[in-house]
Design a protein around this ligand. Structure first.
Ligand code: SF4
Length: 262
């Protein structure tokens, strides 16, 4: 069985190996989730239907098509959320569909991607998902919809770019050219060109992680601004004078995957 990795796990490891160990090696859970994801889920679903089920016989759909897709996704929403979602989707149509001469059929919609790499005789499976994958003049462009209120560059975006690039290369045998984040509420796009440095950064991080797993090395705390948002600060001797003992029932450090592929 391969050792599963995702962009989120690599970002955590890059920020602080000890936080990674608490979360993913010892299996300590973080305090509960943030607000209701219903509106965001409904918007993602409506956009997936709009691109997947459009017949592509005309150059592009009109707003009524997007609105009809929206109406299929609102069962769990309040009246207020339905109105908000419709107006967010109208903004999307106005900014990203109406100006097009032709709306192209995407290469993929809401799909998972998986690839494998090996370091130190450990097989890692790289897992990710995307909202939309376009083929723009023979180059891959990955689209992710974001529903946060303001547009901002995600933490360690270079790691996400590198992981997507490695995984998509294995799945489609094509290079990923660009990742675009569409902030639906703000009506803004942030685009990032993918280059070899991104791939190399991810490979180096996985290689370092492999060595640490292989040697059962110390998971050193890395103190920084990210500690303010760390859910494990109460257990961390680098951050708290009298750290609490780790919660009962945590997994012992896993050596599992290390026996593999040897
Ligand atoms: S508080 Fe900071 S140093 Fe401690 S585990 Fe969290 S991120 Fe790492």
């Amino acid at each position: 069985m391969a050792y599963p990795l995702s962009a989120t796990k690599l970002v955590t490891y890059n920020q602080c190996p000890q936080a990674y160990s608490f979360r993913y090696e010892r299996g300590i859970s973080l305090p509960g989730a943030f607000g209701s994801p219903d509106l965001g889920n409904a918007l993602h679903q409506a956009l997936a239907i709009a691109y997947r089920d459009w017949h592509y016989n005309d150059h592009k759909p009109d707003w009524e098509w997007f609105e009809s897709c929206w109406s299929l996704c609102v069962a769990k929403l309040s009246e207020r959320q339905i109105q908000d979602g419709r107006s967010i989707l109208q903004g999307y149509y106005r900014d990203f569909v109406a100006p097009l001469a032709v709306m192209q059929r995407p290469l993929g919609i809401e799909a998972k991607i998986k690839a494998t790499v090996q370091f130190e005789n450990i097989e890692f499976s790289l897992n990710g998902r995307y909202d939309r994958l376009d083929n723009v003049n023979g180059k891959l462009e990955l689209i992710d919809y974001k529903t946060t209120k303001t547009a901002s560059t995600p933490e360690s975006v270079d790691i996400q770019l590198g992981l997507y690039a490695i995984a998509l290369q294995q799945v489609y045998q094509q290079s990923l050219k660009r990742v675009s984040l569409i902030f639906l509420r703000a009506g803004e796009v942030l685009s990032f060109e993918v280059n070899d440095d991104h791939r190399q950064k991810v490979r180096s991080l996985i290689a370092e992680l492999a060595l640490r797993l292989r040697a059962d090395d110390e998971w050193v705390p890395k103190v920084g601004g990210h500690c303010d948002r760390c859910g494990f600060a109460q257990y961390c001797a680098a951050k708290t004078e009298k750290p609490e003992p780790l919660p009962e029932g945590e997994r012992k450090l896993r050596l599992v995957q290390l026996a593999l592929a040897v």
